[in-house]
Structures are given as structure tokens and as C-alpha cells.
Design a protein around this ligand. Structure first.
Ligand code: ZN
Length: 656
């Protein structure tokens, strides 16, 4: 375990709260310690109030903050003496606790204090660090985990049996700590949950965490439980359509579209191909912290409906004991394990699916190491339910807005590296869709660096290239709900008498043939879209009002227009809508340089400004205008429209 403390870096922080920020970030940098908002840290300070009196204040990590990107503003200052008084109470409900924490803050704009605030307050040390370290979980999450933990740490830690995070856990720690702690105590292990370290300085507390977790890692290595072999793993067998069907089934059970990512690296395949998979993976998560994102257990190969039934039964069995358990999470699994493809993870966004994957990649290691040590043992179903249900209650308290329009949906846009295509990508991302952008220009791969965007270089005249791009899309996001056919070329002005066959064929190949390939290849995926598949075709004013010198372009767009109309007729029964936009004179694209614009304007005896707004409304049409309408065509406003053609041209006399 690497100690990341660096004197030069640390010197930049000049206060105790500053150093608290620094070492919190050090913990956050190591993904084997904390992941995605997991873990928390605190410091106890004495502060003068407005009347000059000293006050004891606990600065505790606020919820919604990640240790890796921690800042002073992410710590909530709470009245420490009051917290210690609260710990004297016999009981305190979650709602009461949330209220007491919120009403005893010393800063109105502070984030909500962590659910583990009272626990931090009860520990006497100035600095307290808490992580869900993989190596510690691999030891505590075993049959006989307590004995193993005791043997490893001796009197250097206090050991707390599993209790759900919240007031009861804080109370238990408050009584157990003084009972067990001695001169050598530097930390506290919470079985099936994680580990605490503490100290007089930020550095001491941090370095004790590194020391304790390092000892756990050495213990695993000594016991042959560190390296997890992937030898003999069978290669993935992935059927693209089957993955899309699986995503559809997950979405149906969830009652909303879901993004699904497939992970077929050797680690995932080796785990999914274990002969003891059904016992190992079906016990529950390695720490309660993970349940909130991953839910109870992954689904094995099998079918989603059976999983959902099982989940409902589990909920009904445990619900009567929970107070007024009226709501349940949607019963769709967030993870699927299958020896054929490895691991699939799902969520309402690409980001959520990625978080589930990262958590589970760590969990797989913990479970397998624990299995080597003496058998993985997770929390009992009763305890799992409490955490899961508790999170549900917390979710009700959180201010949840309505999800974005295209949450959980996937769109594919061609010609995505520039102009209207690039603007379509932005419009769809802004509405919450995961987007796959295709373009012959390599720049498409880097126009966005975010989890819900996949840019792929692709020559659309190559059918094999299209097929492999679609496969990548399905592996990354699980399927396809929307398709924006935008890619096209506009060749130099040429009279028919001078139009070369090769040039004609090139324009047809890109503007027409490629769209047939795409429509044909995407059809089985669009058919599976929970909200119905949607196709937007970017046509042209030239369809109804062609211009001289543009024979190839006008003919290709007119043929594409007919292709779209026939598709609307053929695919209506599959619930797929196809609508076309006919833009004109969109100048903020790659082909229109200032020079070309000036030239064309002169050609018509107009200024550039007059030329740009040469339409009935005297308005300039930008890429963004077209893209916003393209995105809306995929939305509920046009749910009952197919085969339509909408001009986006500021009004054209020849078209009107
Ligand atoms: Zn915790």
C-alpha cells in the first residue's frame, strides 16, 4: 500500500482544515480504499464564535462530495458538544438524526453531514479517517472473519460487529471504543463494512490508515489470496442482438430505458466462469456502501423476469418488519453475470452503469480473495434489506428532480465531427441520452470526453465498418433508440453535361447508399427501443427546390427522402418513427469558410449578412437550430408523427 504523503504538496496547505482536505484527497486517489463518494473524514477544531467564546466544531465530509476532489467547502461544520449529547440518547430515528444534524450546523450553505457524523464525534481523536478498503473487507467478509481480523491486528484496532450505518452504529462504537481501546490502538475495524484510523494530525491519521490497510494486503499475499488467476479463461462469445434484448428486458422491468455496458475483459470472464459462481455472487455486496448503487445481488445468465419476481418476493418477505415499507426500488438488476460475455452493468445513465461496474470490479476481487482465505461471507438478507430500504428512504428526503428527457436512451449520429452532426450530438447529450458519434474524421473520437459519449471513426461507405461500429455501440451502451442520419457531402458545383460518373457515384455512395446500410443494420436494434425507435433524416431544401449545378447532391437527397418515407411506412408496425428535416443555408459548418461565404455573397450581389439571412423571415439558420429540432423530433412532442418533412430554412419562397 503506497503512502502518497508528500511534504512539498502538504506545505501548500496552511491550516488544519487545509491538511484535512489534503489527506482526504490522498485517500480518494487510491481506488482500493474508497470509490464514488464512499468513505469519509473529519477533524475536530476549536473556533471562536461572534461573541468571542470558544466552540468545539466537528468538520465532517458532506454528502455528495468525493474524497478525491474534496475541498474545504465540502466539510460540514457541526456543533461537536451537541453531537456528543445526541449520542447519549437511547434511540434516534433516521429522520430525527437528519434533522438534528441539519439544525446544528454552523454554516448555512454547508452540505448535509455524513450519516456517520455522530460516530466521528464519539471518537476522541482530532483527525478521523474512514474507508471501505478492499483488502480489509477481503478479511472481514469471511467465515470466522472476526477471529482472522483479531489475529491480524491484535490490540492495534477496536473491532465492531456489523450494524447498519446510522445512530445505532454510532452508539455501539461509542460504548465499544472505550471498552476495547488501549495504548496501542490506532484504528477500528467494522466487520463487513470498513476501517477507521485516527490521530493527532492529518498525517498521522492518514499514515495509520495506510499502515493498517498495508498489513491487510500483506496478510492476503502471505495466504496466497492476493493474485486472482485468469488462466484458462474461455474467450467471450458475444451476440450483439442478445445483448440488446437483455437491455430491453432490463428496461421493461425497470419501467424506464436503461443504459447497459458489457465488460468482457479477462477478469470479468474469469469471475463469470467460476464453477462456484452461483454461491459466491449471490450472497450480497462486500460493504453496505455498495448496495446503494449495485442493489442486492447480480443476475446470473438467466432471465430478467425471474430475477424481478425473486426480488419482489425478497422485498415482501422483509418489508413487514420495516416501518411502513411501501415503496421498493424498481426490481431490475443492475448487474448481470454470464460465462458467455462476462459482466453487464446497467443504470439510468452511462455514468451510473460505469459506477456499478467499477464497484463490482472491486467487489469481485474482494469476494475471490475472501473465498481463498476461508469462504466469502456477506451480510445476511435481513441486514441487506435494511440498508437497501434505508437508502430508499434517504432518496425520498433528497430533492430529486425529474430525469432528463432521454435518460437511459442511446442515440447514434453520423457526420458527428462537425456542423449539424456535432450540434446534434450536443443537443442529445444535453437531453440526457448516451450518444455514439460516427465520422470519417478522426476528430470525432475526441469532441467530447465523457462517459456518455463514444466517438468512432467510421467510413460509412464500408458496410463492415458500419457493422463493427454498431457492435461497439451495443457493447458500450446496450442498444439503440435513436438514429440521426446526417452525414453527407456537397460536391463542387457542376453542370450535368460535365458531371463525371465517379463523382456522381461518390455522392450517391455517401448521401444515399450509406444510409440504406445504416437503416438496415440498425432496424433490429431500433425495434427493441422501449419508447419506440426514432430516426431523423437530415434532408435538404434541394429535395423540393433543387438548384442548377447540384444534380448529384439534389438527386441523392431526393432519393434519401423517398427511402425515409418508405421506411416510415414499413416500420410503423415496429413502433419506429422516421421524420425528415430540410435545412437550407446553414453556414456555420466546416465547408463554409469566411472566404467562400464572401465569394458566394458577391456572386449574388449581397453583403455576407444579407446572404446569410436571404429567406422569408430574414433570419440566420445555424447548426444548433437544426440540431435542437432534430432532438425534439425524437421526443414526446412528435410521438404521434412519422413520415413528416419539416423545413428549417427561415422560409423559402420556392418551397412555400
Ligand atoms: Zn462507511
Amino acid at each position: 500500500m503506497l503512502n502518497l504523503w508528500n511534504d512539498t504538496e502538504a506545505a501548500k496547505y496552511d491550516s488544519e482544515l487545509g491538511l484535512r482536505v489534503y489527506t482526504s484527497r490522498l485517500l480518494g486517489r487510491d481506488k482500493t480504499l474508497v470509490l464514488h463518494g464512499g468513505g469519509n473524514t473529519s477533524v475536530k477544531l476549536v473556533q471562536k464564535n461572534l461573541f468571542g467564546a470558544n466552540e468545539n466544531v466537528l468538520y465532517i465530509k458532506g454528502s455528495g462530495w468525493d474524497l478525491e476532489t474534496m475541498e474545504a467547502a465540502g466539510f460540514a461544520p457541526v456543533q461537536l458538544d451537541y453531537l456528543r449529547q445526541l449520542a447519549q440518547l437511547d434511540t434516534l430515528t433516521d429522520t430525527q438524526m437528519a434533522n438534528e444534524l441539519a439544525t446544528h450546523l454552523l454554516k448555512a450553505s454547508a452540505p448535509a453531514p455524513s450519516v456517520e457524523t455522530i460516530l466521528h464525534a464519539c471518537l476522541p481523536h482530532k483527525f478521523v479517517d474512514h474507508t471501505h478498503a478492499d483488502a480489509v473487507l477481503a478479511i472481514t467478509d469471511t467465515t470466522d472473519g472476526e477471529r482472522r481480523t483479531r489475529a491480524l491486528y491484535g490490540d492495534s484496532v477496536v473491532i465492531i460487529p456489523y450494524v447498519m450505518p446510522g445512530f445505532d452504529l454510532a452508539k455501539l462504537c461509542a460504548t465499544e471504543y472505550p471498552r476495547q481501546a488501549g495504548a496501542n490502538t490506532i484504528g477500528m475495524v467494522l466487520l463487513n463494512h470498513g476501517i477507521f484510523s485516527f490521530g493527532d494530525s492529518a498525517r498521522q491519521s492518514y499514515e495509520r490508515m495506510i499502515e493498517l490497510v498495508g498489513r491487510a494486503e500483506d496478510f492476503l499475499k502471505k495466504n496466497g489470496a492476493w493474485e486472482i488467476p485468469t488462466r484458462g479463461v474461455r474467450p467471450a462469445r458475444i451476440d450483439m442482438l442478445r445483448q440488446a434484448q437483455l437491455r430491453r428486458a432490463l428496461s421493461t422491468v425497470a419501467g424506464a430505458p436503461m443504459v447497459m455496458a458489457t465488460h468482457s475483459d479477462d477478469d470479468c470472464l474469469a469471475f463469470a466462469q467460476r464453477t462456484d459462481l452461483s454461491t459466491l455472487s449471490q450472497q450480497g455486496p462486500v460493504t453496505p456502501d455498495h448496495i446503494i448503487r449495485t442493489k442486492r445481488v447480480p443476475m446470473l445468465g438467466g432471465n430478467v423476469e425471474a430475477y424481478a419476481r425473486d426480488y419482489k418476493t425478497y422485498f415482501d418477505e422483509h418489508a413487514p418488519a420495516a416501518k411502513e415499507a411501501k415503496t421498493m426500488l424498481d426490481p431490475a438488476p443492475r448487474m448481470v453475470l454470464d460465462p458467455a460475455f462476462g459482466l453487464a452493468t446497467a443504470g439510468r445513465s452511462a455514468k451510473d452503469a460505469a459506477i456499478v461496474a467499477e464497484l463490482y470490479l472491486h467487489s469481485m476481487q474482494v469476494m475471490q480473495r475472501a473465498q481463498v482465505l476461508g469462504g466469502y461471507r456477506a451480510l445476511a438478507a435481513r441486514e441487506l434489506f435494511e440498508v437497501e430500504y434505508w437508502d430508499l428512504e434517504q432518496a425520498k428526503l433528497r430533492k430529486g428532480g425529474t430525469p432528463p428527457l432521454f435518460a437511459g436512451e442511446i442515440a447514434l449520429v453520423t457526420g458527428a465531427a462537425s456542423g449539424i452532426g456535432k450540434a446534434c450530438v450536443a443537443a442529445l447529450l444535453a437531453r440526457g441520452a448516451a450518444v455514439v458519434g460516427l465520422d470519417v474524421n478522426l476528430a470525432v473520437e475526441t469532441i467530447h470526453r465523457r462517459q456518455d459519449y463514444l466517438g468512432l471513426r467510421c467510413d460509412l461507405t464500408d458496410e463492415d465498418a458500419i457493422a463493427s461500429a454498431i457492435k461497439c455501440a451495443v457493447l458500450a451502451f446496450g442498444g439503440l433508440d435513436m438514429l440521426v442520419l446526417n452525414a453527407g457531402i456537397f460536391a463542387a458545383s457542376r453542370k450535368i453535361s460535365e458531371l463525371a460518373s465517379a463523382e456522381w457515384r461518390k455522392v450517391m455512395a455517401i448521401n444515399l447508399d450509406a444510409n440504406l446500410f445504416l437503416l438496415r443494420a440498425c432496424h433490429p436494434l431500433l425495434k427493441l427501443a422501449l419508447n419506440g425507435g426514432r430516426v431523423v433524416v437530415i434532408g435538404s431544401k434541394n429535395v423540393s427546390a433543387p438548384g442548377p449545378g447540384a444534380a448529384a447532391y439534389s438527386a441523392s437527397k431526393a432519393a434519401l427522402n423517398q427511402l425515409a418515407r418508405v421506411a416510415a411506412l414499413e416500420w410503423g408496425a415496429d413502433g419506429i418513427r422516421i421524420n425528415s428535416l430540410h435545412p437550407n443555408a446553414v453556414f456555420d459548418t466546416g465547408i463554409w469558410t469566411d472566404e467562400v461565404l464572401a465569394q458566394r455573397a458577391r456572386h449574388y450581389g449581397l453583403t455576407v449578412e444579407e446572404y446569410k439571412t436571404n429567406n422569408v423571415l430574414k433570419t440566420e439558420v445555424r447548426s444548433r437550430d437544426v440540431a435542437e429540432l432534430a432532438a425534439e423530433l425524437c421526443g414526446p412532442l412528435f410521438a404521434k408523427t412519422t413520415g413528416a418533412q419539416v423545413p428549417v430554412d427561415g422560409g423559402n419562397e420556392r418551397v412555400i
